[in-house]
Design a protein around this ligand. Structure first.
Ligand SMILES: *Cc1c(COP(=O)(O)O)cnc(C)c1O
Length: 433
């Protein structure tokens, strides 16, 4: 399958080129030329299939032309070595727990898939070192670093904003060593993202080293996220609750919800979607006004969604042929202040016993406020609450338990390279690598 750029002027790319390049030459995001609808028989029987079986069917529709069946199956099955259960929170609200992977956030799915696909292409091609540059507001860095840790022929540079990532998130990519380098940028997430984007456009750097991106813009990261929407549907169908399904996605860079919209194009019978935002409400405003006005991100307690110019908006815009009306027909929005997020975490715990993380809390609240009669909602619990322990403990007045997987990271020694937010220092650093 070929991939075109959302900006429309870059040449068409193969899957391999799209994965290795990440961003197209014209700074657009790659889109698959076709989105293949899955047969009705698949949906008729979906509740009897395992997560891996469902995911392989979806993966085959996107990647089957480019990766042989046996390799693709292995990539999918290795990636999804953990469950994604839909857990009941109230009678009509379920939490899709995406935090059972190695770094306890949904980004494990895309990152693990991409690492394996990239390795597949490197092996096919012979050896040339690939350098992965990734900007993170917290969870991407840990998922990518752990997804790629120890993978031969790949070096990973994780750029993160100094002081704006929780200590628990930070240790998940600063303590690994091996082929992982953490870079602590004196700026905000958008500065990190700008450095990565500039690096891809820089001729000297590209002549010096082979660069690729592992941000949610990479097709190998964002397409696999569609897997768990199908599995969520399957689980809800099994419970007899899938007829009027509303899926709510806590959104920052909009990669996650974008993959859900791809799922819908493939026939996934979800009635409508809600994009839940924190105070960074650029998409919410777009839905209301039809105007997309990026602005600098503001810091919130749901920090993985502190994005002022969501990259994947370009993909959603392209998918819906720039039609504001068509976008509004499938997606509604919500935006919450830190106070509202905190209140929601408290209320959900008191009412149901369930502990949401700050991102999932936005998702829960948007369903609680927005579900209509007869609808059942699933929100994505995008990370484990213990990843935001300081925040959640303070809100609940409790000492929530840290899962063993997470505690193991905290024992390591932090190693990172301090960096200014100007591109010249970053470039000079990379040229010496
Ligand atoms: C990355 C992240 C988000 C936002 O996902 P996008 O795909 O960028 O919209 C939400 N919650 C958590 C916990 C995350 O790590």
């Amino acid at each position: 399958m070929n991939y075109y750029s959302t900006n429309g002027t870059a040449p068409i790319a193969s899957l391999e080129k799209a994965v290795v390049k990440g961003l197209a030459e014209d700074k657009g995001l790659y889109m698959p030329e076709r989105i293949k609808p899955l047969p009705q028989s698949f949906f008729d029987n979906i509740e009897n299939l395992s997560f891996q079986e469902i995911a392989y069917t979806v993966a085959d529709a996107f990647f089957g032309e480019d990766v042989d069946a046996e390799s693709l199956k292995k990539i999918v099955y290795d990636t999804l070595a953990f469950d994604v259960p839909a857990v009941k929170v109230t009678d009509n609200i379920y939490s899709l727990e995406l935090f059972h992977g190695p770094t306890l956030a949904f980004k494990d799915v895309g990152a693990r898939f991409m690492a394996r696909l990239l390795q597949y292409f490197l092996k096919k091609e012979g050896k040339e070192q690939v350098n992965v540059l990734v900007a993170t507001s917290g969870d991407t860095g840990s998922a990518v670093a752990n997804g790629f840790l120890g993978v031969d022929g790949i070096r990973v540079y994780v750029l993160y904003p100094k002081g704006k990532v929780s200590p628990i998130q930070e240790c998940q990519f600063t303590t690994l060593g091996q082929n992982i380098t953490a870079i602590e940028v004196d700026g905000v997430f958008d500065d990190c993202q700008a450095l990565v984007k500039s690096a891809f456009m820089d001729a000297d750097l590209n002549a010096h080293m082979k660069l690729t991106s592992a941000n949610s813009i990479n097709v190998a990261r964002f397409l696999p996220q569609s897997f768990y929407y199908f599995y969520a549907y399957a689980q809800m169908k099994k419970k007899g609750l899938a007829d009027n399904l509303v899926v709510c996605v806590p959104s920052g860079n909009f990669g996650n919800i974008c993959s859900a919209l791809f799922g819908k194009r493939m026939g996934l019978p979800v009635k409508r979607f809600i994009a839940a935002n924190n105070a960074n409400d650029i998409f919410f405003k777009y839905l209301q006004t039809g105007e997309y006005n990026p602005k600098p991100s503001v810091q919130t307690i749901a920090n993985a969604m502190d994005v002022g110019d969501p990259s994947n908006f370009a993909r959603i815009y392209d998918l819906y042929k720039k039609s504001h009306a068509a976008i509004c027909a499938d997606i509604s929005g919500a935006t919450y202040s830190d106070e509202q997020i905190a209140q929601t975490i408290k209320d959900v715990k008191a009412k149901t016993g369930y502990v949401c993380d700050p991102h999932g809390a936005c998702g829960y609240r948007a369903l609680d406020e927005g579900l209509k009669d007869g609808e059942v909602g699933v929100f994505l619990e995008t990370a484990h609450p213990a990843k935001f322990k300081d925040t959640v403990d303070k809100i609940l007045g409790e000492d929530i338990a840290i899962p063993a997987k997470l505690a193991a990271f905290m024992k390591g020694t932090k190693q990172s390279v301090p960096m200014g937010k100007d591109f010249e220092s970053f470039k000079a650093f990379l040229l010496k690598e």
